[in-house]
Design a protein around this ligand. Sequence first.
Ligand SMILES: [Zn+2]
Length: 410
Amino acid sequence: MSGLSITPYFSFARVKLVSQNVHLQGEGGGTLIHLAPDDRYRPRCHECGHPGTVHSTGLRRILRDLSLGPAQTFLDVQYRRVWCPACGRAVVEQLGFADTSRRITHRLARYVYELCQVMTVSDVARHLELDPKTVKAVDKHFLRQDYGRTDYEGLRILAIDEIGLHHGQQGYVTVVLDYLTGRVVWLGPGRKAETLDAFFAGMTTEQKQGIEAVAMDMWEAFIKAVQTHCPQARIVFDLFHVVQAYGAVVDAVRRQEYKKADDEQRAFIKGSRYLLLSNRENLKADQQDRLKELLAANHRLSAVYILKDQLKAIYQYGSHPWAKKALDQWCTLAAEVEHPLMRRFIGRLRYFEYGILNHCHYPIGTSRLEGVNNKIKVLKRKAYGFHDSEYFALKVKQALPGVQLTTKTG
Ligand SMILES: [Zn+2]
C-alpha cells in the first residue's frame, strides 16, 4: 500500500502537500488537504508574476477544490506576502491554482463553467453544494473571457432581426447573426437605429466595407443604420416578413367580405383566418378542402390568396429583370383588389422594392434567427431571466457559436 499517494492529484506549482485529514461518514464527508509553500521555488507576485522575496509568512486560506470520490475536498493553503521589486510593494504571492479573490480553485471553477453549459445555475449550485452567487459569478467570468468581445472578423453577410422577450417596447433585443456560420455576433437591448449603431461602433472601416449583404425586415431603423455604416451593403428584405406584412391585407379583406356576406357565404368565411394565413403545406387534408371551398365561393378572397402565392414567387427569380417584371405585374394585379390596406401595401412594396429585388443577388433571409428564438425560449425556461442583460447576451452567444468555416488564427 505504500505506493498509494494522493500527491499526484495536487501537483500545483510552488506548493507541497503537508498532511491530510479525512472525515468520511457513509457516502458524504470531506477531506482537508494542507498545503505549504515549497521552499525550492521563489515566490511570485500575484499581480505581475515577477519573482519576489518573502516579506511575511503565516497567511492561510481555505479553498474548495474538486471532490475526491464522495468527499468534498478543501485545501488549507499557507501562503505568504512577497516583496515585488516590479510593483515596488509587498503583495500576496501568486497561487497558480486559484485566484486570490476566489474561494474555489481554478479547476473547480472550470468544472462549474462546463456544468453551467448544460445545467441551470441553481442546479449546479445544488449539485456541488456551492452558493448560487458563486456559481453565477464563475460562469459569467469565463463567459466574458470567451464571448465578451464582439468578434467582427471575417463578417461578409449578416442577418439582423429583433426578438421580443416580453411585451412592450422595452422587451426587444436586436440580434446580429453571421449569416454564413450561424454565429450570434452581437445582441443589444432595443430595436432602434442607435441600437445597431452600438454594434457598428466596434467595427473598423475595413470591416464595415467587408459587409456585402444584410438580411432584415422592412424596418426603417435598421435600414438607416446599415445605410449609414455600410452604404455598399445590399439590403435584402426577408420573404417571411414581407408575406407576414401582406397577411394583414388578407385578413382585412376577409373581415370586409364577412361583413357584407349573406348567411350562406358567412358559413364559409367564419373561422377561415388560419386557413388563409397559413402555408398551404401546413394545413391538414380537411382544412385544405375547406380552403378550396372558400376560395371557390368568394372571388375576392380567392384573388388576395392567389396574390399571396405570387408574392412568394417573386423571391424565386434569380434574375433581377425578371423579378422586377414579376413585381410590376403583381402590383398591377393587386391594384384591382380595392382596399385601403392593399393600396398601402403596394406603396410599401414599391418603396422597399430594391431590397426585395436584391434577393436575386443574395438569396438570403432571417429565418436562421429562428434558432436564436428557440434558444432564448430554452434560456427563459431555465430561468436565467433578463435582469442581467449582459449575462443573458453571453449565454445566447455561447449557445449559438456557429459552425467554423475556416480555421482561425491568432
Ligand atoms: Zn508585481
